[in-house]
Design a protein around this ligand. Structure first.
Ligand code: MRU
Length: 354
């Protein structure tokens, strides 16, 4: 992704590995500071996923793949398999909803079965982790190319949370079609839901839009219905953290109500996702584990003040809090899925795996 640093524009991926160090854009610091976080072992990488230094299902998957490669490099020759299996559990226990996490960890685990010596297993793990990241970039590029055809010159697009380059290794899922429409010379306007409680829309999507020079406005989460009813939104595109075999979509909390309002107002509602986000072992959304996050995300707000990240309390002490990170949008509200293999109806998912 393009990042403006001073007068220069530099290209970054969200996450990559240099020798045994996993490097990632430090997302809690955005949009106020652009810093790279370094993780030196698989436990630190797991913690970075849990605390959302890196977030977004495909980016989590790529990071976990690198975490597995770190584990293989750290593991002693005697007891290698045990160490790596334990590391896979540590990494899996970080974010329960994001399917790419499980996909990437299992893929690295399976790949090292082909190695005979520990040296060979280590080499295979590093190669596999890099392939997962590289493939994610290619998949998101294709999502961008296919999805951009849905956006007409002059369209206004609504998106929720951040399903941009920062949520993937590069380009994004929901934001990739917007990027490619913009690169193709179409004039578009993006309504960016702020996305409480962590404000990934207000902080991260808005930042990505600014980096790309895409015209946009941040709106509070409760405003989307107002703009849809007033005919100001032509198309909605969101991402997904896990999509089932029948096309039910788990995405950031608040997605479901946007989809229902879109249908009520006859506005197409698309979900952009790589096939690595599809969990074919689950048929319906009711079986997707929904992550419940810390109360503090709701009771407090974070922001930069005088060069420092500060948190302030907004909910009275003593009030209870519920904080589900995701909700499920039933397939009947989804106009189509924009994947790296093309755009399909939610009931055509099986075709993607034939
Ligand atoms: O909790 P997060 O920030 O990891 O959740 C990310 C999302 O829910 C995004 O909206 C997204 O669509 C999934 S990642 C492309």
């Amino acid at each position: 992704m393009r990042v403006k640093i001073g007068n220069q524009i530099k290209e970054f991926r969200t996450v990559w590995m240099e020798s045994h160090i996993v490097k990632m854009i430090d997302q809690p610091k955005l949009p106020h500071r652009f810093e790279i976080y370094s993780s030196f072992d698989h436990k630190q990488t797991a913690e970075a996923i849990r605390t959302m230094i890196v977030r977004g299902a495909p980016a989590i998957g790529a990071t976990a793949g690198f975490g597995m490669a770190q584990a293989c490099m750290e593991a002693p020759v005697t007891g290698f398999d045990d160490y790596v299996r334990k590391a896979s559990e540590t990494l899996k226990n970080t974010r329960p909803t994001a399917y790419n996490l499980f996909y990437a960890i299992d893929r690295v685990l399976k790949s090292i079965e082909k190695g005979i010596s520990v040296k060979e297993k280590r080499e295979i793990a590093i190669k596999e982790a890099n392939s997962i990241a590289d493939e994610d970039v290619e998949k998101c590029k294709n999502i961008g190319v296919y999805g951009s055809k849905l956006i007409k010159d002059g369209d206004s697009v609504l998106t929720h949370c951040n399903a941009g380059a920062l949520a993937t290794v590069d380009y994004g899922t929901a934001l990739a079609p917007m990027r490619f429409a913009h690169y193709g010379g179409k004039k578009i306007f993006v309504f960016v839901d702020e996305t409480r409680p962590r404000c990934q829309g207000a902080r991260l999507t808005a930042w990505e839009m600014l980096q790309e020079g895409i015209d946009h406005a941040v709106i509070v989460d409760n405003a989307a219905g107002h703009y849809m009813r007033n005919g100001e939104i032509d198309i909605c595109i969101v991402g997904s953290d896990r999509t089932t075999a029948k096309g039910d979509v788990a995405n950031k909390i608040g997605t479901y109500e946007k989809a229902v309002i879109a249908k009520e107002n006859k506005i197409p509602f698309y979900v952009a996702l790589p096939t690595t986000t599809i969990d074919m072992s689950i048929k319906y959304g009711k079986d997707i584990p929904i992550e419940e996050r810390d109360e503090e995300e709701v009771t407090h707000m974070w922001g930069f003040s005088q060069g420092e990240l500060k948190k302030i309390r907004i909910v009275p002490k003593g009030s209870h809090v519920k904080n589900p990170a995701f909700d499920v949008t039933p397939a009947k509200y989804v106009t189509g899925l924009i994947t790296e293999k093309g755009i399909i109806k939610p009931n055509e998912i099986k075709r993607l795996f034939d």
